[in-house]
Design a protein around this ligand. Sequence first.
Ligand SMILES: *Cc1c(COP(=O)(O)O)cnc(C)c1O
Length: 470
Amino acid sequence: MQYISTRGGMAPQGFSDILLGGLASDGGLVVADSYPQIDAATLESWRALSYPQLAFEIISRFATDIPAADLKRLVDGAYTKTAFGTDEITPLTELEPGLHLLHLSNGPTLAFKDIAMQLLGQVFEYVLARRGESINIIGATSGDTGSAAEYAMRGKKGVNVFMLSPHGRMSPFQRAQMFSLQDANIHNLAVEGTFDDCQDIVKAINNDAAYKAQYKIGAVNSINWGRVVAQIVYYFRAYLKVAKRLGEEVDFVVPSGNFGNICAGHIARQMGLPVGKLVVATNENDVLDEFFRTGKYTVRGSSDTHATSSPSMDISKASNLERFVFDLIDRDTAKLKQLWHEVDTTGGFDLGSTPYFARMVGEFGFSSGRSTHADRLQTIRDAKARWNVIVDPHTADGIKVALESRRDGVAMVTLETALPAKFEATIVEALGITPPRPADLADLENRPQRSTVLPNDANRVKQYVATALS
Ligand SMILES: *Cc1c(COP(=O)(O)O)cnc(C)c1O
């Protein structure tokens, strides 16, 4: 399997070559040159596989330059009961007949990002060792992504993580989750500024090509192809558990921000998995809902990006959408370049009056919905009352849209993207009770913490990194 850029300007490369990079060299996103096709007989033979066995079957079709025995060891190392609490890794529960919840949040940081990150931790270390290289990951986080990256990379050889967060602005739980890590290769930098300031510093460092090369600066952001591949696995797993008869359609609802999670669902569907509808659920930051309802993609400015009670979906542009649009326009790289030129110059594009719009919904199965803070509170209360489950506000976005989008006789799976314990304040607001927490995290806030406070100044961050690496 070879990898190409959505914008057509990158020579084909192998999985290990593109794994450690961010954007393709021409500014596009990296995509597989074709999708492996899974026929009905193969799908049937996968029914009895364990999670790591299924993950190996799927990931090995994409990571074709990693020897099978090595990949098997890496996958087995990532998907353990120790890391995810159960051998199932992603258990599925039925809320009521035909309505399922896929639990993706039982990893170390209680959000679905662990599923991809835990694999990346294994594969990064392997690829770096094989090449005799090292990487220094610099990122900015307001909570979820940073902690998932730190827990995946802790103690990994050849990898250092420098994670910038806004000083004094994370919840006590999130802060404790990150700052309590004692591994020497994990550096928590609390910047005296906002999340946007942290992101600006990361951007400034990445724009300094000489510094970037000298200190081997890298990233693991949501456009990383390895993350998308790892996420394909649980769509297959859920389908095999839910479908009573192979070939019948199953619909999925996915709480979305950067379009990473649901992009994996799109790829699973392109691989031949009988997914019916793929439903995008957004919060008040509804760039994606607008796109799938009208064909109009309009990125928002930071002043139009609302801080909501499902904060991990507060995005102004959906980085991974480019991968779907590439398929939608029949992989026409010239057309894609033109559309993203429009994004850069006019802030968006409109497919509403083109034949592509009908194909989005018809051939590709997409639809969407959105929720407000009031909807999330109501959904959290309803879920408790109807099914006696407590869901986090992001999953509540999904359930709200799932209930609106259900089709008669078609099973519907909502992806749970975080545990309620991570978003305590909203649960208390909705239910008046504190959500339960996994037992091993009971004392989290009392553990010793390590972090360095730095001024909002890219040069001071650069100095810190340089000193730490010397
Ligand atoms: C990251 C995240 C999302 C959004 O996922 P995308 O892949 O960006 O669409 C939703 N919920 C939670 C809890 C998250 O951490």
